[in-house]
Design a protein around this ligand. Structure first.
Ligand SMILES: Nc1ncnc2c1ncn2[C@@H]1O[C@H](COP(=O)(O)OP(=O)(O)O)[C@@H](O)[C@H]1O
Ligand SMILES: CC(C)(COP(=O)(O)O)[C@@H](O)C(=O)NCCC(=O)O
Ligand SMILES: [K+]
Length: 244
């Protein structure tokens, strides 16, 4: 049994895996980290490995504190991955993006793959059918868009996520919801259209905290799986064990 932990810039996601099956999934914030891990390890006594991928500031010690109970692994850019990397700056490629690319490569062999992760940022990652990671894009996520409109203007309020009625906003609030939500939806659909035009066959995976909210609003029908990063983390770990 393994415990995978994904430390994002907004929140921490974790899942207990028995083989490829998720037994339980957890979402919590950084402040709760050690207490949560302790509770999970108490509940699932047969967890042998703790596999961590982090793009945010958390002390390694918060995980190493459990070394007497489990083997702790921090996935890093130096690990072996099932794709070759054509990114210009491979050392600065986010480890979450590398893990997503690895998961897509292993779970969807011999095809072009686009992974869209709608979290704090919206990241796009493309691994081609020859298992070459080619790159993608980084854009602000939904929450970040609402917050930056508020932070960088004098007059715009901070609103919480709400589905716009129409693309024509009839008030300040409606205009913001339309700009943020419809803007991101059109953006994602636009990227998908570009990739589809360039590749005859491509699998597209949408993940992240806003995946379900966005999936039903896209013009393109695509598969939303909010557990894809955790599943990819489990795949990456299994790959590493086999190849080390
Ligand atoms: N309870 C929540 N707390 C914070 N963000 C949430 C919550 N539920 C949904 N979200 C949305 O999920 C996004 C964060 O997604 P997530 O994939 O967890 O990000 P990250 O991996 O960057 O931490 C936020 O932009 C927000 O719109
Ligand atoms: C782009 C990111 C901030 C996304 O983080 P997230 O939204 O998952 O919290 C992260 O993947 C990162 O720090 N990347 C480094 C730059 C790069 O990937 O090229
Ligand atoms: K992301």
């Amino acid at each position: 049994m393994i415990l995978t932990v994904d430390v994002g810039n907004t929140q921490i996601k974790a899942a207990v895996f028995e083989g490829d099956t998720i037994l339980e999934r957890f979402v919590f914030d950084k402040k709760a980290l050690e207490k949560k891990i302790e509770k999970i390890l108490e509940k699932f006594e047969t967890i042998a490995h703790l596999v961590v991928s982090s793009v945010a500031y958390v002390e390694k010690q918060s995980f190493l504190a459990f070394e007497d109970k489990v083997k702790v692994h921090f996935v890093s850019n130096e690990d072996s991955f099932p794709f070759s990397n054509n990114y210009g700056t491979p050392k600065t490629l986010g480890i979450d993006r590398m893990v997503l690319a690895a998961g897509a490569t292993l779970l969807y062999p011999n095809q072009n793959r686009l992974i869209i992760d709608a979290g704090t940022c919206v990241t796009y990652d493309f691994v081609d059918e020859n298992n070459v990671y080619q790159g993608g894009a980084i854009a602000p996520g939904l929450r970040l868009r609402y917050e930056s409109l508020n932070q960088f203007t004098a007059k715009l309020p901070l609103l919480t996520l709400q589905s716009p009625e129409s693309y024509i906003g009839k008030s300040t609030a409606e205009s913001i919801h339309s700009g943020v939500v419809n803007g991101l939806v059109y953006e994602i659909d636009g990227f998908i259209d570009e990739y589809k035009a360039a590749c005859t066959k491509i699998i597209i995976i949408l993940t992240g905290g806003d995946a379900d909210f966005l999936a039903k609003r896209l013009k393109n029908t695509i598969f939303a799986n909010s557990n894809f990063l955790l599943e990819s983390l489990s795949q990456t770990f299994q790959y590493k064990i086999k190849n080390d």
